[in-house]
Design a binder for this molecule. Structure first.
Ligand code: NOJ
Length: 747
């Protein structure tokens, strides 16, 4: 994906001049104030810290209404003093306008504040978790989802989202895999750019646009053992080839901000990592926005053992290229002395201030600081158009993993359907991780979705069966009874929302609690068992895969979960999603990902090859896999040329035919492998895809263009090269199947 770099538009002579004038007037305290982001602190609330309270909110132990009612300190005196550049967690048009008014009218220089929030997959109209959305491979729809999030968030006074998360992850133990686009670098890059464009629109001064923040820079998804916040150790080649391209795509798409990650990379915390924040981000990517730390991560450099105290941590972070501190105290308490005595050069401080002011100018905040109103907020949030888009996105995010004997789609006039499982009539858990402003009351559950889909003669027998976690099986009986009476059983099982996301790494990836046993008991009834999975990561489900008649991977689909799942179950929508992350058989296979380097002893029949003695080496479901209610055939792989130069394009075309009886969408995938190279290369890598709709019997010649310059790698001197030689190309329905061709790159 060759893109023009939109970072250049951030440098405007008129604004740079205004920034110079402003900086010349600022005191040291006011300058450092611009580098500070704090959140409203809460008083007397159960004696908990703000972070603990937010966690309660995320866990659902505290409702948004209760949270809103807590007494809080919005730091008005400090705003008046002009020493707060940004606030996180201020929600609502009235509140944000009120605080902004203090900054504009009552502070000495009237510099507007930036209000940031984690708007990860929708604001009040909660969309599917990002991992699910990615499975749609529907880039326009993903962009639209981000746009709607921006419209709602901006109407509620938010200027800035801490999204998209563009971390590649090959480790389903890591809970935050839910927040990204999966394991693939190419797809992750395309989606990163789309999300940035969706949030930011064409113009940051558009009042419906919010700033994007590409996070977590960098390689956070490669935390050792899948444990959140853990160390990352990898070659610079892997960093540049696998983990950085989505960040580069986000930067080129014009992302105004980046967030540094919690982890260290090869011994240096990202928060204080000059190589990353300056050499790569500003140097290589040409980034002209600003970088915010992750929450408290500057101070945590001390805990990492990389700084002796917060002073040193603040200094190292600022000198490395970090501009804003997301915490209550570090920069503001630990920078002033060092800036006053010259330990921190004035130019460094001024440069960080400049980068933040630049974005405030680009947003038009100096001219138009109040971008919303209560009326606009009420009109925009949760409007019919947004809810419809959430349903559209949700159904496109679903992946059909199994469909024995075409048991799906179901007829709407079946006599009796048993709907069972702890997630069947659950609203809260459909929201997924990081849905801070989402509300369970907005969710249509899967049970309700099914009920409104079937005919009036159909009887729905609902039984919960068991809880999501815990070891009680007392309610199995009721569920089994319902199943015995029904024509078909729909079991909705999986994870709670807070079992993925931040600080939610798991060491077992099977269905939690008694859910698999419930499925086994249901299976004993010999009724067709349709399993709907609700989860934030790949699960290890070999028994389900073997025994269920159908498996619908529904992830956490947001407020329109019910209608979307029902659309798929009853054939009003033909599922089209494909997995963006590999499903292992067992945790012991992790990390398992399709684009692994070639080994000298690929798995084979003989013992001394790369495999396991106690289980399969292949995954349960590969990357790119997903079924449809129709079938597709691939024929006629044609390359525009079999001899190309590194600066040329290659067009791959393939005939795809809908060989079934219903219309369906197919995601045509093109993979490439560099057969021999001076560094061992992946067995194959996704380099292009196209989603097409075909009527029964229809054939389309799908053409996908590749830039040969994008088929290279980083050599041992960390130079990007495309080495001449033989390449293989595959066009097919997933990473395991497809037609094969080859071409030569020559000098
Ligand atoms: C910590 C998370 O790592 C980050 O993704 C989030 O944006 C910040 N907290 C702010 O909530």
């Amino acid at each position: 994906m060759i893109m023009t770099n939109k970072q250049e538009k951030f440098i405007r002579e008129d604004y740079e001049k205004k920034i110079d004038e402003l900086i010349a007037k600022m005191t040291l305290k006011e300058k450092i104030g611009q580098l500070v982001q704090i959140s409203p602190s809460l008083f007397g609330a159960f004696g908990l810290t703000v972070d603990e309270l937010i966690q309660k909110l995320v866990n659902g132990e505290l409702s948004p209404e209760e949270f809103e009612k807590l007494d809080r300190d919005y730091h008005e005196d400090e705003i008046r003093e002009g020493i707060i550049g940004s606030m996180g967690g201020v929600i609502g048009a009235e509140k944000s306008n009120e605080l902004q008014r203090i900054a504009i009218e009552e502070s000495r220089l009237g510099i507007p504040m930036l209000f940031g929030l984690d708007v990860i997959h929708g604001f009040r109209t909660v969309f599917p978790i990002p991992l699910a959305e990615a499975c749609s491979f529907d880039i326009d729809m993903i962009k639209k989802s981000a746009r709607i999030a921006a419209k709602e968030a901006s109407a509620a006074g938010i200027h800035w989202t801490f999204a998209p998360m563009v971390d590649i992850s090959r480790d389903p133990r890591w809970g935050r895999i839910a927040e990204g686009a999966g394991e693939d670098t190419y797809l992750g890059s395309v989606i990163a750019a789309a999300r940035v464009e969706g949030f930011q629109g064409d113009d940051l001064s558009d009042t419906e646009s919010i700033l994007a923040c590409a996070k977590h820079f960098a390689a956070y998804g490669a935390a050792v053992a899948g444990r959140d916040y853990n160390t990352v150790d990898m070659s610079l080649q892997t960093l540049h080839e696998v983990y950085l391209p989505p960040f580069e795509a986000a930067a080129k798409a014009g992302a105004a901000t980046f967030m540094s990650s919690f982890n260290d990379i090869n011994g240096v915390p990202s928060t204080a990592n000059k190589y990353l924040l300056t050499d790569v981000l500003r140097g290589k990517f040409g980034f002209n926005g600003f970088v915010v730390s992750d929450a408290n991560s500057v101070a945590e450099c001390v805990v990492h053992g990389h700084s002796a105290d917060r002073k040193e941590a603040s200094r190292k972070a600022l000198l490395a290229g970090l501009d804003m501190d997301m915490s209550h105290g570090t920069f503001r308490e630990d920078l002033p002395d060092q800036a006053a005595d010259g330990t921190i050069p004035e130019e460094v401080l001024n440069e960080a201030v400049r980068r933040i002011l630049r974005i405030k100018f680009m947003m038009g905040l100096f001219d138009n600081p109040y971008r919303t109103s209560k009326e606009k907020e009420e009109k925009t949030i949760l409007c019919a158009e947004h809810i419809e888009a959430a349903r559209e996105m949700a159904k496109r995010s679903i992946v059909l993993l199994k469909n024995e004997n075409n048991i799906l789609p179901l007829k709407k006039n079946l006599k009796k359907i048993a709907v069972v499982g702890p997630l069947a009539d659950n609203a809260e858990e459909m929201l997924g991780t990081w849905a801070v402003t989402g509300r369970a009351e907005d969710v249509v559950t899967i049970l309700s979705g099914i009920k409104s889909k079937v005919s009036s003669e159909t009887e729905i027998l609902y039984a919960k069966g068991c809880e999501i976690t815990g070891d009680k099986d007392a309610d199995f009986k009721e569920a089994v009874e319902a199943a015995s009476k029904a024509d078909v059983v729909i079991a909705v099982v999986g994870e709670k929302s807070d079992m993925s996301g931040e600080a939610s790494s798991r060491m077992y990836l099977d269905l939690p609690g008694k859910q698999e046993e419930l499925l086994k008991a249901l299976h004993e009834t010999n009724k067709p068992l349709i399993v709907v999975l609700i989860n934030g990561r790949p699960l290890t489900i070999p028994w389900v895969s073997e025994n269920a008649a159908s498996i619908v991977e529904a992830w956490q689909l947001g407020i329109q979960s019910g209608p979307a799942v029902a659309d798929v179950l009853f054939g009003d929508y033909n599922p089209s999603g494909k997995l963006v992350v590999t499903f292992p058989y067992s945790v012991g296979q992790v990390p398992i990902y399709y684009n692994h380097p070639m080994t000298g002893r690929p798995a084979g029949k003989i013992k001394f090859t790369s495999k396991y003695i106690d289980g399969p080496v292949e995954p349960l479901y590969p990357f790119g896999f997903g079924l449809s209610y129709t079938t597709f055939s691939y024929n006629n792989l044609v390359l525009s040329s079999t001899e190309v130069k590194a600066n040329e394009k290659l067009i791959i075309s393939v005939d795809v035919t809908n060989t079934g009886n219903v219309a369906g969408e197919e995601i045509v995938q093109v993979y490439v492998s560099d057969v021999t190279a001076s560094r061992v290369r992946p067995v194959k890598e996704l380099k292009g895809f196209k989603k097409i709709l075909l009527q029964p019997g229809q054939c389309e010649t799908v053409s996908i263009e590749l830039n040969v310059s994008e088929l290279g790698f980083y050599n041992e001197n960390l130079e990007y090269i495309v080495e001449p030689g033989l390449f293989k190309i595959y066009a097919g329905p997933n990473s395991k199947e497809g037609l094969e061709g080859e071409f030569n790159v020559y000098e």
